[in-house]
Design a protein around this ligand. Sequence first.
Ligand SMILES: [Zn+2]
Length: 169
Amino acid sequence: MTTEHDREPAGSLRSLVYAALPPDANPTDTACQPLHRHVLDNAQGDVVELTREKMSTTFGDTPHVVVTIRDGDLDPATDGELVGMLERTEGGVLVFGVSYVLDAPPGRGGGPTRFTGATEEPVRGEECQECGSTDAFEVQRAETPDAHGRTTRLVECRDCGAVWDSYVS
Ligand SMILES: [Zn+2]
């Protein structure tokens, strides 16, 4: 195995996943299943495909995509955690699943949407846990406050794409 596939050069998890997602999808949850090279070598049948199907089943009715991550697919600057996981497979792959919700089409009221649309409002006072950037924007906001009267929102780092929850201050 010396041939390089014609893959995109050093992408990132983000570009990989976003390429697979519909354009108006908002990721809600992820799952990751490492497959060690030994497993790939010794498995009967297409273990990658089987793992993808199994993960797909666990997402059930939730809209989702499952991608396969190979060496060269990750950006160490932003995907550090997964890079380590991929290294531990010693040449294997990561089967990575993302569930998502679709943004409601504009002008169509109704529907049980829990979040308001993406505003991309810059957010002050947030610091990215991944890269330390303070350039974050709001992705989603809960329409109703929680039991403590606080409104949760989803914040995304503009520099590295990390996403976290915070409260509207
Ligand atoms: Zn960041």
